[in-house]
Write a protein that binds this ligand. Structure first.
Ligand SMILES: C[S@@+](CC[C@H](N)C(=O)[O-])C[C@H]1O[C@@H](n2cnc3c(N)ncnc32)[C@H](O)[C@@H]1O
Length: 441
C-alpha cells in the first residue's frame, strides 16, 4: 500500500494535477527514451566525443565533466538525431526550437510532456532548465538478467526561481552513483525489506529493485522533502515498478517510521558542512549543519536496532578526520553491537582549509574562509577538524572488527567518467569497484 499522499504544497510539483501514475502513457514515454537508446553509456559517449571537446576548445566556461553542469545555449549545434535531441533537452538542458522537438516527440507526446512539466514552452523555443521543467538521468542497472536503463526524473542542479530552494530535489551526483555501486554488491534474496532513507529522487531504491528484479523486495522510501517523495513515487511508476508494493513516507529521519526492522538500509544523507550565516540558502539535500553530520548522527543513532540480524546499512557521506572516521561512526552508533567498514579514496581527502574554500565558493563566498573553517569545527563529538573526505560506509548488525579501507587509485591519470558522474570518481571506475567488492564483503 502507498502510505504517501501528496500534501497540498504551494510549490510547483511535478505538475498540477500529477500524471496518473497508472496510465499507459508512462510506458509510452519511457519507450520513447529507450527506443532512442537514451542510455548512460551512449550519453557519456556523446559527452566524450562531442560536447566536452567542443566546450573545452571554445573555452565556454564548463569543464564538460558533467551530464548536467551545462550552459544550455552552447550544445544546440550538435542536436541532429532523435537521440541527440532528447539528450540535449533532458540531460544538458539545451534550448531547442519547437519544430525540431515536435519532429522527435510527435504532437501527442509533446503535449503529454508539456502537461507533466518535463518541458516548458516559451514564445519561440522550449527551454528545459530555468523553467520548472525536469532533468531525466539515464542510469544503467546491471541486473542479473539483463542490463536495463532506469530513467530518473529529478531537478536541475542550479537554483530555479520557481522553486523554493529547500524543496529542490537532488540532481544525480557522483555520491548518488557511488551508493548504487556499493549496494550492487549486496544481494539479499527473496521477501526482504529495504529502506531508502534520504531517498531524494529514489535513485538508490529503484536501482536496488531493478538490480534484484527476480526477488520480492519491498522498499520504504523516506525523505523530509515531500516534493522529493512526489518525484520518487513518479520514478517508481515510470520505471514500471509496482508502487503499491512500496511505501513513500515523509519523515524527519526515523521520527515517523514505525517499521522497526530492515534487511538493507540505504542512505545518502545531506552532508555538506555549512556554518550558520544569516544569508545562507538552505538546501534540504545538501545542508548537514555545522560539521555536516546532523542527519547522519540521527540516522546512525537508531540504525542497529532497525536492522535484522544479518542486515546492513550502506551509506555514502562525508566525514571529518578520515583516519579516525571508523571510530567516529562507532561513536554515532552509540557503542552498540555491529561492525563498521569505512572506505575512502586517498586522493580525495581535503584539508579543512581546502574544503572550506571550495564549499564557500560554491555558496557564493557568503563568509570568509577563516570564518568557514572555524564554523565547520562546531561539533562536540568531533572537536577539531583537520580534513574531510567522501566515504562509503557499511554497518553490519553482526559483530566484527571495525575497519578503515584506503583506496589509492592513481585516478588522476585514469578517465573515470564511465558513469557520467558530475566529478571524476575512483570508486566509479573498474579498479575502484573491484576494491569495494573485496573490502566491503
Ligand atoms: C544528499 S541527498 C540524497 C538524495 C538521493 N538519495 C541521492 O543520492 O541522489 C539527501 C536527501 O535527504 C533528504 N533529507 C534532508 N534532511 C532529512 C531528514 N532530516 N530526514 C529525512 N530526509 C532528509 C533531502 O531532502 C535529500 O533528498
Amino acid at each position: 500500500m502507498t502510505s504517501f499522499t501528496t500534501p497540498h504544497l504551494h510549490l510547483p510539483d511535478l505538475c498540477s494535477p500529477r500524471p496518473d501514475l497508472s496510465s499507459p502513457d508512462l510506458r509510452t514515454i519511457h519507450n520513447l527514451f529507450t527506443s532512442n537508446y537514451y542510455t548512460q553509456t551512449r550519453c557519456n559517449q556523446l559527452l566524450d566525443s562531442y560536447v566536452r571537446p567542443q566546450l573545452l576548445t571554445k573555452n565556454l566556461g564548463w569543464d564538460g565533466s558533467s551530464f548536467y553542469n551545462h550552459s544550455s545555449k552552447h550544445v544546440v549545434e550538435w542536436n541532429k538525431t532523435p537521440f541527440q535531441i532528447l539528450t540535449a533537452l533532458f540531460l544538458f538542458g539545451s534550448e531547442i526550437d519547437y519544430n525540431t522537438i515536435l519532429s522527435v516527440l510527435g504532437s501527442e507526446n509533446f503535449e503529454l510532456l508539456l502537461s507533466w512539466k518535463f518541458i516548458k514552452k516559451t514564445h519561440t523555443t522550449l527551454i528545459s532548465p530555468y523553467s520548472g521543467a525536469h532533468q531525466i538521468y539515464p542510469l544503467t542497472v546491471n541486473s542479473t538478467t539483463a542490463d536495463t536503463t532506469a530513467l530518473i526524473l529529478t531537478d536541475w542542479p542550479f537554483l530555479n526561481p520557481d522553486l523554493p530552494t529547500q524543496f529542490a530535489v537532488m540532481p544525480v551526483g557522483y555520491d548518488s552513483l557511488e551508493l548504487c555501486v556499493l549496494s550492487n554488491l549486496e544481494k539479499i534474496g527473496e521477501n526482504r525489506s529495504v529502506c531508502d532513507i534520504c531517498c531524494g529522487s529514489g535513485i538508490q531504491g529503484i536501482n536496488y529493485l531493478l538490480n534484484n528484479k527476480n526477488e520480492r523486495i519491498k522498499v520504504n522510501f523516506i525523505d523530509l522533502n515531500p516534493r522529493a517523495l512526489s518525484l520518487c513515487e513518479f520514478n517508481v511508476a515510470f520505471n514500471n515498478l509496482n508502487r503499491d508494493e512500496h511505501t513513500f513516507t515523509v519523515s524527519n529521519c526515523w521520527s515517523s517510521i514505525s517499521q522497526k526492522k530492515n534487511d538493507v538500509i540505504l542512505c545518502n544523507p545531506p552532508f555538506v558542512a555549512v556554518p550558520e550565516t544569516e544569508n545562507e540558502v538552505k538546501h534540504y539535500y545538501a545542508d548537514g549543519g555545522g560539521d555536516g553530520n546532523n542527519s547522519l548522527k540521527k540516522i546512525f543513532s537508531e540504525v542497529i536496532e532497525r536492522l535484522n540480524d544479518d542486515g546492513v546499512c550502506l551509506m555514502v557521506t562525508e566525514l571529518p578526520n578520515v583516519l579516525s572516521s571508523d571510530k567516529l561512526v562507532r561513536r554515532f552508533l552509540g557503542d552498540k553491537e555491529g561492525k563498521v567498514d569505512v572506505a575512502y579514496v586517498k586522493e580525495d581527502v581535503e584539508t579543512i582549509e581546502e574544503y572550506s574554500k571550495v564549499r564557500n565558493e560554491e555558496m557564493g563566498n557568503l563568509i570568509s574562509v577563516k570564518e568557514y573553517v572555524s564554523g565547520v569545527n562546531v561539533s562536540e563529538d568531533v572537536g577539531f577538524i583537520v580534513d574531510r573526505a567522501l566515504v562509503l560506509i557499511k554497518v553490519g548488525r553482526k559483530e566484527g572488527e571495525d575497519k578503515l579501507h584506503k583506496f589509492e587509485s592513481g585516478q588522476k591519470e585514469v578517465k573515470e567518467y564511465e558513469f557520467g558522474a558530475d566529478e571524476p570518481d575512483a570508486f566509479l571506475g573498474e579498479e575502484g569497484r573491484r576494491f569495494l567488492a573485496e573490502v566491503m564483503k
